[in-house]
Design a binder for this molecule. Structure first.
Ligand code: ZN
Length: 146
């Protein structure tokens, strides 16, 4: 474990108490919140004031969660989180998902720079890196062979 990971694990253990542990690699979906009396935990509206038609993932689907579903997130709040927070988080994590081969909705994403010119694609047998001159996404250290 590197120093940064140890720091983060120590911080988590010192400041949080896990109430429940969910194993997301199991077959069955885990649903949080009532299926019959839905109240949004973020805006406190119930089914008479808002809708709960979308499947709300308690942990974003793009980081691999397909099992942990939240009944307590209304469609309006789900849309806000999706467009405001998750898109930024997705952009931030895009390179790591490409390099570590994390499947998002259906496939492992390609890494693309913000201008869409440079990209990294990892296939089953090769890695393709297309770098445009001004982007500097890649450097080669011949001496260290990196
Ligand atoms: Zn809400």
């Amino acid at each position: 474990m590197n120093t940064q990971t140890k720091y983060m694990m120590d911080f988590f253990n010192d400041n949080y108490v896990p109430l429940t542990v969910y194993h997301l690699n199991k077959e069955d979906k885990i649903t949080l919140g009532s299926a019959t009396e839905k109240v949004c935990r973020f805006c406190n509206k119930d089914e008479s004031e808002t809708t709960f038609n979308n499947i709300a993932h308690a942990i974003p689907e793009f980081i691999g969660n397909k099992k942990l579903i939240a009944n307590y997130e209304c469609d309006t709040c789900n849309q806000k989180f999706s467009s405001l927070l998750e898109s930024h988080m997705g952009n931030y994590m895009n390179l790591w998902h490409t390099l570590t081969q994390v499947k998002e909705k259906r496939s492992v994403p390609s890494f693309k720079t913000i201008n869409d010119k440079s990209r990294i694609d990892i296939g089953p047998e090769n890695v393709n890196i297309a770098e445009y001159t001004d982007d500097n996404i890649l450097s080669v250290d011949a001496e260290k062979k990196q």
